[in-house]
Every structure is written in C-alpha cells, then in structure tokens.
Design a protein around this ligand. Sequence first.
Ligand SMILES: [Fe+2]
Ligand SMILES: [Fe+2]
Length: 207
Amino acid sequence: MSENIYTVRDYTDLSLIVEKLISKKRFVHSLSVAYTCAFILDLFKCKNYVKEYNCISGPIFCGLVHDIGRELSEENLFNYCKYHKIDLNAEIRENIVLSHGLVAADMAYSFLPNYPSSWSEAIKYHTTGNDTLDDLGLALLIADFTEPNRTFLSSSDRNTIYSNENIYTCALDVINRMILHAEKSKKYNVSSYSLKLKLYLECKLDK
Ligand SMILES: [Fe+2]
Ligand SMILES: [Fe+2]
C-alpha cells in the first residue's frame, strides 16, 4: 500500500490532487464519471453500497480517482505493481494496461487512508467488471462506459442503456456491448473478469 502523502479533507483537496496526476482531458472524463456514477446510483435507487466515508461520497471519490494510474507507461505500471507488491495474474501481465485500476486503488489509499474495501474493488475493476462488485462497482463500470464525453456511444444508445429496469440489467447490457465490441474488433480478447461478471449477473437475473 502507498505511503500517506496527503489526506483528503474535502472535494477541493481531492480534485486538486487528481488534477495534478492526469491530463486535463482525463480529468474532465474522471469528473464526468464521478457525477454519472452518482446519477446511475440515484436512477436505479441503489442501496447496496457504502455511500460515504469520512464525509467523502463513494461515487464522487471512485469516479475522480479511477484513472489516476492510466497515464503511467506500461513499464511504470509494472514497476509500481512490483514495488508495492500488487499481485498480477497471467491475464493482467499479458495486458498490463489492465493493471491501471489496481494501481489507482492502491494510490488512492495514500490520500484517503483505510477507505472502504468495496470502493477499492470498484476502482480496481472499473474497466472489466468482476463478480465481486456491489452497486457502486457496477455504477462505476457503467459510468466509465457511458459518461457524456464518450463519443463511441450515440445519445440514443446511452438512453437505451439508462432505460434498463435495474442496475443489474443495465450492467449486463454494458458488459454485452463490451463483449460484442471486443469480438468485432478482434484486437483483444474478452477479459475473464467481464465473463465472470456476465455469468454472475445472468444467474442473479435468472436468465
Ligand atoms: Fe480506466
Ligand atoms: Fe475511465
């Protein structure tokens, strides 16, 4: 775990820290993910998550910090994981960019010590999903995919996604779109974490 350099007292602190770690474009994306994540939790009336810790809101914190590891080079991601003893399985070693969530979750402890483990899980798996995510983790995954600056989605696709019945059908919709995109592009394999989440959601929805 990272050593404690700063401690976040409020959103101004948090925004200032995050703004220094990433580009302006990614900061705008992160801010948008934060507010979209809060919007989704509200939209689906979600209750299964930790709302606040030390007066900091879960969706805002997770949204703001989720990509703080995204601009590290592949070599620096690998070295960070090695130095901080973050376990990397074969799949993540093969596609080291996937470790940026693991790195972000670890870095975030340095400015909000002991933040909830469910928030850490959400940050770690915001790109692929995982079967360990609570409602906040699912909302972060959906928000990262649908926030308004994402140009690959039309507003009608975005509205279709938000018209789902609940957070589980909505997350399944997003995972299915991600899988379809991976299969079409043939540039990368579908992550085993996404497949685990798909199975988990289908069982939960009894599909
Ligand atoms: Fe990311
Ligand atoms: Fe992101």
